[in-house]
Design a protein around this ligand. Structure first.
Ligand code: NAD
Ligand code: WQD
Length: 338
């Protein structure tokens, strides 16, 4: 029996493939490579000594998906495939709804045809919008999202709920990630954004390696300990292990379960910058800029439910996150473009 990983060549997907292979799962990857390189899977193979089956397939292509389900006995799906750039989603919302929402519906239809009823879904803390308080618990209101990307995640969550209500054979884990950062400690796989990074950690890493001039700190007048925005950064390897923990519950559980995957600790932009300076042992230039539209002051998880029900807890520190990002960035300054 195999686990199908959609989007498995991407950032979080490749780290999850690696952990699944190390835990002796058979892994099948489907990825159209629109935001990744097949090299990430070659590196996973050299780290684990095991080759995941790979199909360069778009999840919206049902015939191609059917072929995958015919050729492998798929037990469960971990569904990462999708577009994820918040700013871009406001420019081309239909592409986001097509990829993230229609793509998921097509995947579910093919799963139903093959009677595969287990799916772990990559959702996001963005579904909480601007929370009324922190830390954020899973039962906080959702749906007040401010961009099409976030709305696509919220819509898929609703689709999964309705699907599970219609037929009790379905089992869904909805994982709301906080801010995934870091890289595998080998330095061989990591985040490889195309163009100028939108997210904080890859931006700082590219300043550190000399590809970008300085960090722009978006706002220093938030009601936080130093005025810059606070987020819950979680090491990508902890996040990957959260998927394995969620998957295990599928063999004993039914219905829809929602988990926050975060550390429960908030760090500011300046905290992350200074932690990175320690990791790379140099001072990094930065400039305070106006707030970025749509940003919130602070966002961090209450991860107690995941610990209680999954027996999972993030253990890696901000120091681990910055050290591993620096190793990945300095050893692969051009990412997977060798
Ligand atoms: P990523 O872009 O590195 O990985 C997504 C992968 O999906 C890529 O390899 C891409 O080529 C593939 N893909 C996209 N559309 C596809 C399609 N139609 N068919 C087949 N493959 C397709 O992104 P990531 O950071 O690894 O994110 C993985 C998932 O987690 C995404 O669904 C994302 O929305 C979600 N998420 C990410 C973050 C984050 O900050 N990285 C936070 C919360 C949620
Ligand atoms: C973090 C902090 C910025 C860049 C986004 C998505 C969310 C999720 C994770 C997918 C904020 C500040 C950033 C920079 C800065 N993705 N910043 N200078 O906005 O918390 O979340 O990624 O689901 O949906 O919205 O992450 O890394 O962009 O920003 O000062 O160059 O860093 O203002 O306070 P964010 P981020």
């Amino acid at each position: 029996m195999s686990i199908l990983i959609t989007g498995g060549a991407g950032y979080i997907g490749s780290h999850t493939c690696l952990e699944l292979l190390n835990a002796d799962y058979d892994v099948v990857v489907v990825d159209n490579l629109c935001n990744s390189h097949e090299i990430s899977l070659h590196r996973v193979e050299s780290l684990t000594g095991k080759r995941p089956a790979f199909y360069p397939v778009d999840i919206r292509n049902k015939d191609a998906l059917r072929k995958v389900f015919t050729e492998h006995s798929i037990e469960a799906v971990i569904h990462f495939a999708g577009l994820k750039a918040v700013g871009e989603s406001t420019q081309i919302p239909l592409a986001y709804f097509d990829n993230n929402v229609s793509g998921t519906v097509k995947l579910l239809e093919v799963m139903e045809e093959f009677d595969v009823r287990h799916l772990v879904f990559s959702s996001s803390a963005t579904v909480y919008g601007d929370p009324h308080e922190v830390p954020i618990k899973e039962d906080f209101p959702v749906g007040q999202v401010t961009n099409p990307y976030g709305r696509s995640k919220f819509m898929v969550e609703e689709i999964l709920q309705d699907t599970a209500t219609s037929d009790q054979r379905w089992n869904f884990s909805i994982l709301r990630y906080f801010n995934p950062v870091g890289a595998h400690e080998s330095g061989m796989i990591g985040e490889d954004p195309s163009g100028i990074p939108n997210n904080l950690m890859p931006y700082i890493a590219q300043v550190a390696v000399g590809k970008l001039e300085q960090l722009n700190v978006f706002g220093n007048d938030y009601p936080t300990h130093d005025g810059s925005g606070v987020r819950d950064y979680i090491h990508v390897v902890d996040l990957a292990l959260g998927h394995l923990a969620a998957l295990k519950t599928h063999w004993i559980d039914h219905g829809v379960h929602i988990y926050n995957l975060g550390t429960g600790k908030g760090s500011s932009v300046l905290d992350m910058l200074h932690a990175f300076e320690k990791a790379c042992d140099k001072q990094l230039p930065y400039q305070i800029q106006p707030r970025r539209p749509g940003d919130i002051a602070q966002c961090y998880a209450d991860p107690a439910y995941a610990e209680e029900r999954l027996g999972w807890k993030a253990t890696r520190t901000v120091e681990d996150m910055t050290r591993d990002t620096w190793r990945w960035q300095s050893e692969n300054p051009n990412g997977f473009n060798e």
